[in-house]
Design a protein around this ligand. Sequence first.
Ligand code: 7PM
Length: 277
Amino acid sequence: MFWQTSRHRIDLSRPRVMGIVNVTPDSFFDGGRHLATDAARSHCERLVQEGADILDIGGESTRPGAQAPSVQQEIDRVMPVLEHACTLGVPVSVDTSSPELMRSALIAHADIVNDVRALRRPGALQVVAEHGSCGVCLMHMLGDDPATMQQAPEYEDVVVQVRRFLQERLDVLVRAGIDPTRVALDPGIGFGKTPEHNWQLMQRQSELVALGRPLLVGWSRKSMLGRLTGRGPEGRLASSLAAALAAVQRGAHIVRVHDVAETVDVLAVWRRAGLIP
Ligand code: 7PM
């Protein structure tokens, strides 16, 4: 399988690693804007050296309860980093729901729009349709607001409902003229789900792979791993690596991770052992 994006046709005959570059105030932005841009640009270079196949750059913290930045703030944070990332030779995705940032990023040659709201914001679908060749990742979230999504999430059958949502959004994109070869799908681990819901999505991931599009998943350092192991975010490397391996072994094509070097290594061993392609 391939994922068609602006500048790259990504070969998914083996699993790929998407490296996370967060340009939120709680990450690089504590020491002022220029320092922050420099640090985030260096982080992009480091992730590429560590073997990242894709860089994912985002400026909106979607942590439950986090205050959303203004569109202009998000653009000011992300664009200087994204412009540099686009010179590093790997496909670059922009993690945003804002059509204005999507448009700026695509003009700056970003390859992929990664939207946790699956292009549901007014204008977002149009930006991607008008571009004509960028890739898109459509993610499932319960509702559309990270501030409230974790307030007692309920499903009749989370896997069936996530699969139906992703199929419906894919259909909407195709009706808007977007070729399905441009679209990857993501169950949205942690986005309006209890730990039990997330583990259901892992155990029955084959039902999402069956949608026939590239499947991207992000378990890296998320709280359900902490719930299982009793560890804080800094102690979740081993559980994140195990979750990434489990997801890939169950057919995921792309894993979105903070710890690129370690993920690349464990995938190399799993691959050499004949456990994954
Ligand atoms: C605070 C809370 C900061 C949560 C960041 C996060 C995904 C994503 C994110 C994902 C796709 C994180 C999340 N998660 N995009 N963006 N899939 N496609 O833990 O799972 O990185 S933000």
